[in-house]
Write a new protein. Structure first.
Length: 162
């Protein structure tokens, strides 16, 4: 009897309907979304570079991925509770803390890369309103509501929206 992994691997993620939609998002609509969110991609990409990506840079999960960002690692240790992973997504740029990767499993059973990929799709839809929308969603969650921009990415499989 073949056992299945408790968390999707990169190859199993590539076969999910969400990943297939992301690949198809390379058409005109996908490119328009990337242009619409370009200001976010440039800002987070600059943060990814200036924060010293000690574990490399590559393309994946619908964005440019900066691995082992030393500044993100420090900020995660200061601001996140123990056990939480440190990843920051804006536009089509994803910044991972040192020791985190797209295949890092999350408590929901999905992966950090799938979670981040869902945020890139949100950014392509919301464009320059992505960070203000995240601020509002975070504020709502601080007062006992649900952060509607985290519900879908935290699901298994990850998706952009609840």
């Amino acid at each position: 009897m073949k056992s299945t992994p408790s968390c999707p691997t990169a190859s199993s993620y590539a076969r999910t309907p969400f990943a297939k939609r992301l690949r198809r998002a390379g058409g005109l609509l996908g490119w328009l979304g990337k242009v619409w969110t370009a200001v976010n991609t440039v800002a987070v990409g600059a943060y990814g570079l200036l924060g010293i990506p000690s574990e490399g840079i590559d393309i994946g999960n619908n964005g440019i991925q900066f691995h082992g960002n030393l500044v993100q690692t420090l900020l995660s240790k200061i601001f996140l509770p123990p056990g939480r992973v440190g990843e920051f997504t804006g536009g089509n740029a994803i910044v991972y803390s040192r020791g985190q990767s797209p295949t890092t499993p999350l408590p929901s059973g999905t992966t950090l890369g799938a979670h981040a990929g869902a945020h890139t799709v949100q950014a392509q839809v919301l464009g320059p309103f992505y960070f203000p929308a995240h601020g509002i969603a975070r504020g709502v969650s601080l007062f006992g509501g649900t952060n509607f921009l985290e519900t879908g990415p935290d699901a298994n499989p990850s998706r952009p929206w609840p």
